[in-house]
Design a protein around this ligand. Structure first.
Ligand SMILES: NC(=O)C1=CN([C@@H]2O[C@H](COP(=O)(O)OP(=O)(O)OC[C@H]3O[C@@H](n4cnc5c(N)ncnc54)[C@H](OP(=O)(O)O)[C@@H]3O)[C@@H](O)[C@H]2O)C=CC1
Ligand SMILES: O=C(O)[C@@H]1CCC=N1
Length: 272
């Protein structure tokens, strides 16, 4: 596979880092971006081919990953439309809220599009991605898309495209929720008198340990939580405070807000 990224920012950098760590040669990866700083940062992740000419990149690749912000996707897609129609790469879009229908209209012709929603832990090959294929995508192309995203973590297909908005809310944005919880726990540790280093390291190791345990255990998260919670003990006091503060509802509201924002983006971008 020869993979090209249009847009070489945070998410492209995460996926490229993971792909190279999985054994893919950097010489088979291209990235195009007008921002010299982004390209320099990308080069520090892996010695991929870089440039600022999106059309030149399309001539080199058979898989094209669109990794620009949703708000400029229409402009970018219309600029590359003729080249995509000529070279017929598999197009993979990672943009939040850009439907495969909008993208197909902007690209013209009948492009094979996999729309997916990855997340930044792809960088350390612990990403989580939801994928959806339009009707033009053939079996070999589905395998290509899955191979790329599986190289950087978990990749799951969804049957209906609108489920990607829920995927965006859950796992696309999800790392930020865990980082926020880490920040809050680190701050609380410091307020209780721990040094920065001790508060930070204990928080991170606890997050890692809890995630690894939850992934490898044959019981669910609720049971693992109960096993930490001794009757009348310290965890019970803390968990009760979190429950009384409405943590579950807060998460439900937050994820729903993110999902609604993804839907709004689709409507805003279709209307442009
Ligand atoms: N960040 C995340 O956690 C996730 C992001 N996504 C999606 O990934 C996409 C990219 O997000 P992210 O990486 O965070 O954004 P970034 O802003 O970090 O990266 C986008 C890059 O595209 C560049 N760019 C702008 N115009 C063009 C152009 N015409 N041709 C090529 N490149 C261009 C930007 O340059 P400049 O800075 O100069 O504008 C920037 O370097 C978004 O659509 C987002 O929805 C999906 C999952 C997770
Ligand atoms: O915040 C965003 O819109 C993007 C999509 C998912 C993660 N970052």
């Amino acid at each position: 596979m020869r993979i090209g990224f249009i847009g070489g920012g945070n998410m492209a950098s995460s996926i490229i880092g993971g792909l190279v760590a999985s054994g893919m040669s950097a010489s088979n990866i291209w990235a195009s971006d007008p921002n010299a700083d982004s390209l320099a940062k990308l080069k520090s992740v892996a010695p991929v081919n870089t440039g600022s000419d999106n059309l030149a990149l399309i001539a080199e690749v058979n898989v094209l990953i669109l990794a620009v912000k949703p708000q400029i996707m229409k402009l970018v897609a219309q600029d590359i439309a003729a080249a995509v129609q000529t070279h017929q790469p598999l197009v993979i879009s990672i943009a939040a809220g850009v439907t495969s229908g909008s993208l197909a209209t902007w690209l013209g012709g009948k492009p094979a599009i996999v729309r997916c929603m990855p997340n930044t832990p792809a960088l350390v090959r612990s990403g989580a991605t939801g994928l959806y294929a339009n009707a033009q995508v053939n079996d070999a192309q589905r395998k290509q898309a899955a191979t790329i995203l599986e190289a950087v973590g978990l990749a799951l297909w969804v049957d209906q495209e609108d489920q990607l908005d829920a995927v965006t809310a859950l796992s696309g944005s999800g790392p930020a929720y865990f980082f926020l919880v880490m920040e809050a726990m680190q701050a609380a540790g410091r307020e209780m008198g721990l040094s920065d280093e001790v508060a930070n390291q204990l928080t991170l190791q606890t997050a890692l340990g809890a995630a690894q345990m939850a992934i490898t255990s044959d019981v669910d998260a609720a049971e693992l939580r109960r096993r930490v919670t001794s009757p009348k003990g310290t965890t019970e006091r803390a968990v009760n405070i979190l429950e009384d503060g409405g943590l579950r509802q807060l998460f439900a509201n937050a994820l729903n807000g993110a999902r609604i924002r993804a839907e709004e983006l689709a409507i805003e971008l279709e209307g442009e």
